[in-house]
Design a protein around this ligand. Sequence first.
Ligand code: BYC
Length: 482
Amino acid sequence: MNIAQVDYDGLIPNNVGLGQDPRVKRALEKWHPGYIDWWKEMGPEGFQESLVYLRTAVSVDPKGWAKFDYVRMPEYRWGVLLAPQHEGRKIPFGVHKGEDAWQEVPGEYRAMLRRLIVIQGDTEPASVEQQRHLGKTAPSLYDLRNLFQVNVEEGRHLWAMVYLLQKYFGADGREEAEALLQRRSGHADTPRMLGAFNEKTPDWLSFFMFTYFTDRDGKMQLEALAQSGFDPLSRTCRFMLTEEAHHMFVGETGVTRVVQRTCEAMKEAGITDPNNIEAVRKLGVIDLPTIQKKANMHFSLTLDLFGNEISTNAANAFHAGLKGRYREDRLKDDHQLEGATYPVLRLIDGKIQNADTPALSALNMRLRDDYVVDANIGVGRWNKVIAEYGIPFEIKLPHVAFHRHIGEFASIKADVNGNLLSEAEWEKRRGEFLPSDSDREFIEGLMQPQFEPAKFASWIAPPRVGIDNKPGDFEYVKIADA
Ligand code: BYC
């Protein structure tokens, strides 16, 4: 079959020849009803019958793989899509560098590989669960549709990981696939696996920050897994990255539009001081210092997802050829790193300082450093908007030691510039750095739905262009039961 073309004939659209693989086809068909039950229970609340203008992949060809149409979300065609195989691909790094990429699971690394796939898989339904209440307060039909597009694609990413578990991991893969439907974000007894995926996404500014910052961790981790010597994982992640790009677009442009609306409203009202919070809030927009606090919150929670500064798990996964560095294929070194070092910010003698560390143990931090560079690019674009309005304010990413729960800095308190604080100082100043109860209440108060085509809530500017080049008054969601 042509790998670029997706087979839509069966229950599960795919480009992996499921029709010729009855064992895996049956396993996935058996998993399907549980998935739909999960989606109906934990997916977007109140909109399951609405018609949503969504895109689906009809081919994994980079040119025009997406087709747009109105769909009820439970009828969305979740499928298994892999990027094309590169003939003769070699393992690009680690101790097996240069050997043929694995098409089957290497027995000695089975447990490690399964763990990586399960953790990746667990984040996908988690984010859908975190966002399930947001539809009710969407600032426009355009945004509502983008939320649902992100949600169905996170659902598809779960399918992507479940396919690998069902095809390559036998009985324990099936058990893991079931367990992915059982855990719940924020649940006291059966939470999702990683910290940030058990936090709430209570409002739309949080949603945009999450899709900007946390989906970008997704991008970095998927890029690292796309380098994997286990070829089916590499190909799966390569295709997921094309979808992930849209999620970060939603986040970046979402925050841009919030910032723009705030600046516009300030200009119209003749307010020049960004710290005159009371006056700005009276305009029905979100003041820039509160936007900064939300960024502090989501950035710091996301940094925890990179794991510990020094990690034997990360070293082992690289050494084995399972998880590489960000864009390993573009790096110019020996791709084995046995004797190399990497500078890591650590807490030494009570001070935050750089220490040269064996590069293999520092791989989580290397990925995190690449992440910070990437995350700063969009922040620069937000600041450009603020500067265009002549407002003296700059959004800044906080120091990596700020508000951490994993790694070296979990045991200390620091301000956004990385100055150490005592517990008492932290408690006193916390509200300067992170959203306070009153900030949250204010934002919550603004979250009134706006479901009329072409209309937008007071606190967000319209997008510059519509999805699929649709005009401004396009009805992106035909609401049935909200
Ligand atoms: N929370 O050696 P360490 C996405 C655990 S996002 C809780 O540093 P490692 C998406 C760790 O599991 C991308 N526990 O760990 C975005 C380990 O436990 P065990 C998701 C944590 O393995 C938006 C222990 O601490 N994909 O796709 O080097 C929407 C020792 O730590 C946390 C991946 O993450 C935490 N934050 O690093 C939708 C890729 N951090 O094994 C989707 C796969 C660490 O000792 N995962 N621990 O019991 C990995 O590569 C790694 O597992 C991690 C952790 C980078 C997550």
